[in-house]
Design a protein around this ligand. Structure first.
Ligand SMILES: O=C[C@H](O)COP(=O)(O)O
Length: 329
């Protein structure tokens, strides 16, 4: 199958040649991938540990976290009004007086993430902001609708103006070790995306083992995923630090082998500022500064921004406000 190669992210030393080289399915390489759970758990148990940052440094890290949020609403009762309020929050994620005090005018989130039907109102509400709309797709969250409809759904969402498509993989391909089928599925999704970025949701809470997570991450990258993402937010277990470490190391190995930087998106259940800091520290230590940017790192989160805003308000005013004062939509 012919798949269009994505344009490398501006400013990063990524080449089409490098991406091409990494886009074959190398089954031997996939089968060599292992994951040592005790070692992974020991490593993440040290987070945040002594890395806790305070005062101005913490405020700066929290502002960085905001720029990396895919501000999300994925509810059956989503309305255009809710999406418009979310978009207003995306344009101005923190109260103007706090932004002034922090010297962070112009701060905005990484993207707004919605279901297909909400793309148009999100696009309209974000016009001129430069904030992209991401759409969940391919029968989200289970990914069990007919294959041709999943492809058509991607095409419709791109046509409606989504610049990023969050696809869900068929978990059964991972659980049965059918890596060829997983690769072909993501290649087809990649082709259907055309100019849009593809984020591959692995639904790690349903993949059984960390080794499966590591192998699925590698196959998704070989098939052309621009980002690999942990979860839909609808599984019983969503983003965790052990799973993140496995996926981040898969990204690092893939970069070492191909020279191509794939992004990372933990999603689901990340709602506290201190958890966001742990993720950012993990990224910094394992992947380095190039990944600390919305081009290569996103939080998929519906309520994280509210807690970050509370912490920033405390930093500026010395007082905490109640959580209900920071509604998202
Ligand atoms: O991709 C984003 C997730 O669905 C958001 O999950 P959350 O509502 O637990 O933050």
């Amino acid at each position: 199958m012919q798949t269009e190669i994505r344009t490398p992210v501006a400013g990063l030393p990524q080449t089409t040649e490098a991406r091409n080289a990494g886009m074959e399915l190398d089954l031997d390489r996939v089968m060599r991938v292992q994951a040592n759970r005790p070692a992974i758990e020991r490593r993440v148990a040290t987070f945040p540990g002594r890395r806790t940052v305070k005062k101005n440094y913490q405020a700066a890290w929290l502002c960085k976290a905001i720029t990396c949020i895919d501000l999300t609403t994925l509810a059956g009762d989503d309305t255009e009004g809710r999406v418009r309020r979310l978009a207003a929050k995306a344009r101005q994620p923190v109260r103007a007086d706090l932004l002034d005090a922090l010297g962070m005018k112009g701060l905005r989130v990484g993207a707004v993430c919605v279901y297909h039907d909400m793309i148009a109102p999100a696009r309209a509400a974000l016009e001129g902001s430069g904030i992209p709309v991401a759409a969940v797709s391919t029968g989200f969250p289970a990914g069990l609708s007919p294959f041709h409809l999943r492809l058509a759904e991607i095409e419709e969402s791109v046509k409606a103006g989504a610049e990023e498509i969050d696809i869900v993989i068929s978990r059964r391909h991972v659980l049965t070790g059918n890596w060829e089928a997983l690769y072909e599925e993501i290649r087809a999704f990649r082709a259907a995306c055309g100019p849009a970025h593809l984020k591959a949701i692995l639904a790690t809470g349903e993949l059984g083992t960390l080794r499966n997570v590591a192998r699925a991450s590698l196959v998704a990258m070989m098939a052309g995923a621009d980002f690999i993402k942990t979860s839909t937010g609808k599984e019983a277990v969503n983003a965790t630090l052990p799973v993140s470490l496995v996926m981040i190391r898969a990204i690092r190995d893939y970069f070492d082998e191909t020279g191509y930087r794939v992004g990372y998106k933990p999603a689901g259940g990340i709602s506290k500022a201190k958890d966001a800091l742990s993720y950012l520290m993990l990224i910094k230590e394992e992947l380095g500064n190039p990944w600390l940017s919305p081009d290569l790192f996103r939080f998929g989160a519906s309520s994280l921004l509210g807690d970050i805003e509370r912490q920033l308000e405390h930093h500026v005013t010395g007082a905490y406000s109640a959580g209900y004062r920071h509604p998202m939509g």
